[in-house]
Design a protein around this ligand. Structure first.
Ligand code: DX5
Ligand code: ZN
Length: 217
């Protein structure tokens, strides 16, 4: 089995030493950088906006995996492209015209992802799965790092795997929230392709070694 894609979440980085933390990820076995954008409306927290995302992109030499936890994400597609996003993920719950938004992300030259909150069933993706490059399953309620993993995500991962395999879609399954070696190995067994990890990486004694341990799952 191929090793998982590892996407460390910079939400847990030390913002006073952002360049140092970006360089650590550059040097590590991580595949992507996970960038969490929160607006204080879709989620009860505000993280960072375009100038910081651009600074991260300028200092990061891997794929920029941008997760928008904002309302009306269609308003900012080109802005995030201009900041350096490679993958742009929007929330199903935030998009009235999801198909159009996915098209616009593609037209802007990025891969398109759709995120589902813990309460949103996988089957809502049935008629869009062929059009997306990535399905992001939230394994915590979005808004904060360091929360406890919601076990039902294992079932949802298996359901997403079945949906993707049966539809012939090439979408990647990414899981976000409460990922560590234990939850990560269960998720991979259930069919996950990519793991986001914030606190588990950045709060560990040796973040680079922690990334290697996740990569070896
Ligand atoms: C939560 C964010 C996550 C967060 C994960 O809303 O989408 O990416 O940074 O943090 P951990 O890995 O600490 O649960
Ligand atoms: Zn995220």
């Amino acid at each position: 089995m191929a090793s998982p894609i590892i996407s460390p979440s910079l939400l847990a980085a030390d913002f006073g030493n952002l360049q140092r933390d970006c360089q650590m990820v550059n040097k590590s076995e991580a595949d992507w950088f996970h960038i969490d954008v929160m607006d204080g409306v879709f989620v009860p927290n505000i993280s960072y906006g375009m100038p910081i995302v651009k600074t991260m992109a300028d200092n990061c030499d891997k794929v920029m995996d941008v997760h928008l936890m904002i309302v009306q994400p269609e308003r900012y597609i080109q802005a995030f492209k201009d900041c350096g996003a490679d993958i742009l993920t929007v929330h199903y719950e935030a998009c009235t015209h999801l198909h159009r938004t996915i098209q616009e992300i593609h037209n802007a030259g990025m891969k398109a992802g759709v995120a589902l909150n813990p309460h949103t069933p996988v089957h809502v993706l049935q008629d869009i799965i062929q059009d997306v490059d990535l399905v992001l399953l939230m394994s915590v309620n979005p808004g904060f790092g360091g929360q406890t993993f919601i076990e039902n995500t294992i079932n949802k991962t298996a359901q997403a795997r079945t949906l993707i395999d049966q539809s012939g879609s090439n979408a990647i399954i990414e899981i976000d929230g409460g990922v560590n070696l234990e939850t990560g190995s269960m998720l991979i067994a259930a069919g996950a392709d990519a793991l986001v990890a914030g606190s588990f990486v950045f709060k560990s004694d040796d973040p680079e070694a922690t990334i290697s341990a996740l990569k070896a799952l």
